[in-house]
Ligand binder design. Structure first.
Ligand SMILES: [Zn+2]
Ligand SMILES: [Zn+2]
Length: 342
């Protein structure tokens, strides 16, 4: 009887099973804002390749380069960036699409580098690791139609592959594979810089919370004076005479604004904040928790907090960690009714 055949079948089944058990790597687009059209890449064998979005792209796939890494990528401006993972480069609309592939746990560590390297307490960092991992698992495939999972900006999560450290990796390892679940499913684990004292409710696990922890750091007040010319350029309008909050959320955040110019139009407050951030800088309208008045040609915004206010408040989580709360207690506070499980 032929014994080789059953052994071959068994080996094939085992290898296939093992391959399926391996989680797919996370695909992150690098330089998503800058979108360079030309880069120089140094490969592991010391060769340098010049890539130009206008030249050398294969017509069928647009792919022009692939390496298992590590590589160093040099753009026209800025320092060389060492990427210790495989990369794949294609060209689209005159720009290079540079995608790196890395394990989920490494992605979480690089997000911690971008989003919370300022945390002093290890327990706060661990809470953020779980939040960032849960967010990633929930929003995986966010950019699927573009051929990657996440961009490297705060549109997804701020990703700093060059700022990985042993401390960040330890926070990730200490919470390895843990995600927050509600009804068995990973939640959209939103987080933000500072809730200003009250979080914005969205779901049973993203409730409205009077956050005494962040407030104990002192008020996170901000104010911004914008001229109608600032607003015109940010919103792409030709005339603006007035702007007012016409609707607020349960937590008091601006929800909808009415802008009057040659006509009257409504705009979502978050879309307004993002438009101002992109064009005039992120230090102007820092949150949606503000009052707004007109003074001559100026519109004066006076607010508290930073970010959308949903889910974990990073200032509050930092304070909790410094006061000795565990990461599980921090997560239970900001994401009530959830369970922590692989
Ligand atoms: Zn994104
Ligand atoms: Zn807070």
């Amino acid at each position: 009887m032929n014994r080789v055949l059953p052994i071959c079948v068994l080996v094939t089944v085992l290898i296939t099973g093992w391959l399926y058990a391996q989680p797919a790597p996370i695909r992150v687009r690098l330089f998503s804002v800058e979108q360079p059209s030309e880069v120089r890449i140094t490969t592991p064998d010391g060769q340098t390749v010049l890539l130009d979005a206008g030249k050398g792209a294969r017509r069928d796939t647009g792919k022009i380069f692939r390496s298992d890494g590590p590589v160093t990528i040099v753009r026209a401006r800025g320092e060389g960036v060492r990427v210790p993972y495989p990369i794949e480069v294609s060209a689209r609309n005159g720009a290079l699409v540079i995608i790196t592939e890395l394990p989920l746990e490494d992605y979480v560590a690089a997000v911690l580098a971008g989003e919370s390297s300022g945390f002093r307490a290890e327990e706060s960092l661990k809470a953020m690791a779980v939040a960032a991992r849960t967010w990633a698992v929930h929003f995986l495939n966010r950019h699927k139609t573009e051929g990657f999972d996440f961009c490297d900006t705060t549109h997804c999560q701020d990703f700093r592959v060059t700022a990985l450290s042993t401390r960040l990796r330890k926070a990730v390892e200490a919470t390895s594979n843990e995600v927050l679940r509600y009804d068995g499913r990973p939640i959209p684990a939103y987080y933000h810089q500072d809730c200003g004292g009250i979080t914005e409710p969205r779901a049973p696990y993203l409730g409205q919370l009077r956050d005494s922890f962040c407030v104990s750091r002192g008020p996170s007040k901000w104010s911004a004076e914008l001229t109608s010319s600032d607003l015109r350029s940010a919103l792409g309008l030709t005339e603006i005479y007035g702007i007012e909050v016409v609707e607020r959320t349960g937590s008091g955040r601006a929800q909808r604004l009415r802008i009057t110019g040659s006509g009257s139009r409504m705009i979502d407050a978050e879309a307004f904040r993002l438009a101002i951030g992109r064009t005039l800088g992120w230090n102007k309208i820092r949150s949606d928790l503000y009052e707004l008045r007109r003074s001559g040609d100026h519109f004066i915004f006076e607010g508290v907090g930073a970010g959308h206010g949903i889910g974990l408040c990073q200032t509050g989580a930092a304070v909790m960690g410094e006061r000795g709360y565990t990461y599980k207690e921090i997560l239970a506070y900001y994401y009530p009714n959830t369970t922590l499980a692989p």
